[in-house]
Design a protein around this ligand. Structure first.
Ligand code: HEC
Length: 143
């Protein structure tokens, strides 16, 4: 085998098996901070942020789920701890499963009447991000 072929094969093998954070910036991969975070900010943050005061009232994250930090997103909420985002498994990840439920479902997110449905294109994007390993890159968010 000539060296060029050997080198490309080695590069390919690395690309397939190495999943260090730097690989998250690979061209073609979904970028959490640029592409996913804005969706969560827009549609989910008002109910799923760290406990804080608003107009003199303490606001707790609904369902015990915070979506404003990487560690919190992985930790998940009360009903589905550790199953909010399961890397590699979008069908096991409640973050995106709840978005895809029919609006009438009790667990549909955002809840009925509390915001626009997430578009199918954005749901696919989030699923792709989870399939690719749910990598947050350098983003940590609120600890
Ligand atoms: C208006 C408030 C509100 C908004 C906006 C909202 N949620 Fe929720 N969420 C809730 C409430 C309340 C619960 C607790 C379960 C219930 O009562 O339905 C919950 C629970 C959840 C759970 C289950 C957590 C667990 O483990 O128990 C997930 C996952 C979830 N939300 C994801 C989302 C996502 C993703 C978005 C944005 C697309 C979102 N939510 C937007 C109010 C909200």
């Amino acid at each position: 085998m000539n060296t060029t072929v050997t080198r490309s094969l080695a590069a390919l093998a690395l690309g397939l098996f190495v999943t260090s954070p730097s690989q998250a910036q690979d061209a073609g991969k979904v970028d959490f901070e640029k592409q996913i975070l804005p969706i969560l900010k827009e549609s989910c943050f008002k109910c799923h942020e760290k406990e804080h005061e608003e107009n003199g009232k303490v606001k707790k994250p609904k369902g015990g789920l915070r979506l404003d930090g990487a560690a919190a997103i992985i930790k998940g909420g009360k009903e589905y701890p550790d199953e909010n985002v399961v890397a590699g498994k979008p069908d096991a990840s409640w973050l995106v499963k709840t978005m895809a439920l029919p609006e009438s479902d009790d667990l549909a997110m955002p809840p009925e009447g509390k915001g626009d449905r997430i578009t199918p294109a954005n749901i696919d994007l989030i699923k792709k991000w989870i399939t690719e390993g749910a990598n947050f890159g350098a983003w940590k968010g609120v600890e």
